[in-house]
Write a protein of this length. Structure first.
Ligand code: DGY
Length: 322
């Protein structure tokens, strides 16, 4: 008998078909948004679940679904998983690293440029028919080339952004991370390790790429924003809870910093209402990894984790012992 799996959201039909060769598949191709109770109801009796990053896997769900063996996330971030509870319940978690690194770093850089050069504000102005004449300081923003790029969280994506900045735009790169990179990687990224305080004080552009956890919750709040340059740009492509969105909206309004670019939000898809009313912020709906080849590679990696683990006990990218 084939193991049973649930695919919690709509995904590429070819990946559903691939999974169906190995499993009895229940798939949410209608892309309904299930409550936790509905997810639990549909997960009962299933050995595996394909998640996309928004489904909370916690002790209550695990207790209600004792046959569950693996949760495969189609995302590199896995803050939707309570890994301690999963390990205690002997349920494996897997994520989808590496395949999205370059695409996400591209987007981080695009958002940095759009933010520093005020592209969204300028486009709204043009579409609103307000462009009637030239002015010397019209939408004058901040330079990227030759400036200081700060990176908080220097994993694979942070390193990708560092390389783009250092090699493509001649930026000085400084970073802060839980642990310092080895000398060869620092050289490759042309990146200098500094304290978080130094990073905040010195960066012209600060990009957040650290994982979300209880210890990174509101890592950027009012106190941190106050340490940044009034001309600085802040970009968040990591997770919403890392930034205190209310404090950021206030800092943008008061010009404590010049501008922000946000792809992720605390409580998304809801966006803090104050962020919607400040002009100097570029807002995108969590699309940093969104190119078709990358999303397909992420889906295939999540599928390969389910297949590898449930058919041979060999996951590709395991997160915990289970
Ligand atoms: C990830 O993979 O964690 C991204 O945020 C999802 O697009």
């Amino acid at each position: 008998m084939k193991p049973k799996i649930l695919i919690a959201r709509a995904i590429f039909p070819e990946v559903v078909a691939k999974l169906a060769q190995h499993f009895e598949v229940t798939s949410n191709q209608a892309d309904e948004l299930w409550t936790s109770a509905q997810l639990i109801e549909r997960l009962k009796g299933k050995q595996g679940v394909f998640t996309t990053g928004g489904e909370r896997i916690d002790a209550a769900l695990l207790a209600a679904c004792p046959e569950l063996k693996i949760c495969a996330n189609m995302a590199v971030g896995y803050n939707n998983f309570d890994i301690a509870a999963m390990t205690a319940a002997r349920v494996l978690g897997t994520n989808a690293p590496d395949v999205l690194t370059e695409t996400t770093a591209d987007f981080g850089f695009a958002l940095l440029m759009a933010t520093a050069r005020r592209m969204a504000e300028a486009e709204h102005f043009l579409r609103a028919g307000q462009w009637t004449r030239w002015r010397y300081d019209m939408f004058a923003g901040a330079d990227i080339h030759g400036s200081t790029l700060g990176i908080l969280g220097m994993g694979r994506i942070g390193q990708g952004i560092a390389k783009r900045g250092a090699h493509g735009f001649g930026m000085q790169v400084i970073y802060h991370n839980r642990s310092r990179l080895d000398a060869a990687t620092e050289l490759e990224c042309k990146a200098i390790y500094v304290s978080k305080q130094e990073l905040l004080k010195t960066a012209d552009h600060l990009v957040l790429v650290l994982p979300y956890s209880a210890s990174s919750h509101h890592a950027i709040g009012a106190a941190e924003l106050a340490q940044m340059k009034p001309t600085a740009t802040l970009v968040n492509i990591a997770r919403g809870g890392i930034v205190d969105d209310a404090a950021l909206a206030l800092a943008l309004r008061n010009k404590t910093i010049a501008a922000a670019g946000l792809d992720v939000f605390e409580g998304e898809p809801a966006v803090h209402p104050d962020l919607l009313t400040v002009p100097n912020v570029v807002l995108t709906p969590h699309i940093a990894s969104a190119t078709m080849p990358t999303r397909l590679a992420m889906a295939n990696l999540a599928a390969d984790n389910l297949i590898g683990f449930l058919t041979q006990g060999k996951p590709v990218t395991p997160l915990n012992p289970a």
